[in-house]
Ligand binder design. Structure first.
Ligand SMILES: NC(=O)c1ccc[n+]([C@@H]2O[C@H](COP(=O)([O-])OP(=O)(O)OC[C@H]3O[C@@H](n4cnc5c(N)ncnc54)[C@H](O)[C@@H]3O)[C@@H](O)[C@H]2O)c1
Length: 256
């Protein structure tokens, strides 16, 4: 019960990693603010979690829209008094497309969600944490923040940028009681990965799945629960001397 009375804000809270991490925080006593642009999916998560009204708040918001970002930060503070933990997690994979074939619009859309969305969340939550005296931030990056991958130039560029934002925000707030870290998952069994499988081969998703799994040293996909455990560690006082780091949660992928 490391998070009793703590307020945890999660963007992409209706997605695979977001909702599983929300459950893990709730099981350790947290108050939750779940943010997502998919309102129906958010309502389903609220039903699944089945928490009392005074433990959970949802905000339908687009993380690329600054007014929406201000709104989810303001509503979190109004409802629960402060933000202790921010899981800056919403993300978008974009198409599978070589750089030479990618349109400016396609590239921009991925950068907007994965870079501008992460930046805006950091900017407004860090101000709220400065007002309340501290907190912990975890940005969802990816092994894509450290490698190249043919057909994923937009996503790779966006996640490399998120590594830089994580390190810089950590340094800017190291003496303010605010720790900023990242996680670098790979091949986690969520809708996003299923969509990448379909994009790679619409007619042979099962074969693509096997190929991706065999490329992971552990020869399997990770489960969102395995990501959640690392997020909770980084959010907790157990990680009190950890900041500016990005933790792989990838079955060994980054070690290859
Ligand atoms: N699944 C993987 O293998 C994997 C690997 C590495 C990193 N990641 C990262 O993990 C994070 C979560 O992904 P997931 O696997 O849970 O995928 P997911 O598709 O299940 O969840 C993503 C969520 O983000 C929300 N979202 C997207 N754009 C948004 C916007 N503009 N405003 C508000 N909400 C928005 C979606 O509605 C969705 O609920 C992402 O940042 C992703 O890049 C995933």
């Amino acid at each position: 019960m490391r998070f009793v009375g703590k307020t945890v804000v999660i963007t992409g809270g209706a997605g695979g990693i977001g909702k599983t991490t929300a459950k893990a925080f709730a099981n350790e006593g947290a108050h939750l603010v779940l943010v997502d642009m998919n309102e129906d999916a958010l309502l389903n998560v609220v039903k699944e979690l089945n928490l009392e009204d005074n433990r959970i708040h949802t905000v339908t918001a687009d993380v690329t829209n600054e007014a929406d970002v201000k709104r989810y930060v303001d509503e979190s503070v109004e409802k629960f008094g402060k933000i202790d933990v921010f899981f800056n997690n919403a993300g978008f994979e974009g198409p599978v497309s070589f750089i030479k074939d990618t349109s400016y619009e396609q590239f921009k859309k991925v950068i907007e969600v994965n870079v501008y969305g992460v930046f805006l969340g950091l900017k407004h939550v860090l101000n709220a944490m400065m007002d309340s005296g501290g907190g912990a931030v975890i940005n969802t990056i990816s092994n894509a923040g450290f490698i190249g991958s043919p057909g994923m130039g937009h996503y790779i560029a966006s996640k490399h940028a998120a590594v830089g934002l994580t390190k810089t925000a950590a340094l800017e707030h190291a003496v303010n009681g605010i720790r900023v870290n990242g996680i670098a998952p790979a091949a986690i069994d969520t809708n996003m990965l299923a969509q990448i499988e379909r994009n790679l081969s619409p007619d042979n998703q099962e074969e693509v799945r096997k190929q991706i799994q065999s490329s992971i040293p552990m020869h399997r996909y990770g489960q969102p629960e395995e990501v959640a455990k690392v997020v909770l560690f980084l959010a907790s006082d157990d990680a009190s001397f950890v900041t500016g780091a990005t933790y792989p949660v990838d079955g060994g992928a980054l070690a290859t």
